[in-house]
Design a protein around this ligand. Structure first.
Ligand SMILES: CSCCC(=O)C(=O)COP(=O)(O)O
Ligand SMILES: [Mg+2]
Length: 224
């Protein structure tokens, strides 16, 4: 029996285009200025040092900025990049430059499932801060009270089974009682390898009759 739902964001609760055409360019345009303005803050320094550790190079601050921008262009899910993006997006949400996109069917079902007693969790490559900001600023209001917890790449890659094992342990729920929702097959493969139930969100409607994971075109089609 499903006791908890773990959901991806981009392509699942929210549109690919919001992330790729609104959030990513917003952070890209402001990355250099943000790093220069906040470079003395310990939280920012920590992420810059993490970039140096990951690249294995003693990069100057301008070189770190260049590396971060390259990673944005390659859509790399690298933890320090994701943390810095979250810090930059905070400004955008606060100033009202954009709101967090949510599909109507996702907002409706998440509310219904939570009211029915299911626990809801998020697992996204976006930082926990970025996840909370998105769900706090939707056209359906602040949806953060619906969620019991948030996970990002600090638990591991979304394409590795071990990350899902760690999440199941952290939320004290047997993997078989958790339903993971995502639009990416490799993420679903990893969650299923960890023993979770999975549903593949196919938002463009191109369902594949030969798919090895159960598919749904929207949250109305998800069967618990
Ligand atoms: C938390 S909103 C930004 C999402 C993001 O940065 C990203 O890379 C998309 O990751 P997801 O795991 O939600 O597909
Ligand atoms: Mg996704």
């Amino acid at each position: 029996m499903i006791k908890a739902i773990l959901t991806d964001i981009e392509g699942t609760t929210s549109s690919l285009s919001f992330v790729k055409d609104v959030l990513f360019p917003y952070a890209r345009e402001r990355m250099a200025e943000f790093v220069r303005a906040h470079t003395a803050e310990p939280a920012v320094r920590k992420e810059l040092d993490e970039v140096r550790r990951i690249t294995g190079e003693n990069l100057s601050d301008p070189e770190v900025i260049e590396q971060l921008i390259r990673w944005i262009d390659e859509d790399r899910k690298i933890t320090p990049l994701k943390s810095l993006q979250g810090m930059i997006w905070e400004d955008g949400y606060k100033k009202g430059d954009f709101r967090g996109h949510m599909y109507e069917d996702a907002a409706r079902h998440l509310k219904q499932w939570q009211q029915a007693g299911l626990r809801l969790y998020v697992f996204s490559s976006g930082s926990v801060q970025a996840q909370k900001l998105l769900f706090a600023h939707t056209e359906y209001g602040d949806l953060t009270p619906l969620f019991s917890g948030y996970f990002d790449t600090t638990v591991g890659s979304k394409r590795e089974a071990d990350s899902y094992c760690k999440i199941a342990e952290a939320i004290d729920t047997a993997p078989g009682d958790i339903l993971f929702l995502s639009d990416i097959r490799e993420e679903l493969d990893a969650a299923r390898a960890a023993g979770m139930q999975v549903t593949w969100l196919v938002r463009d409607g191109a369902t594949d009759p030969g798919a090895t994971h159960r598919q749904a075109r929207n949250f109305d089609e998800i069967r618990l």
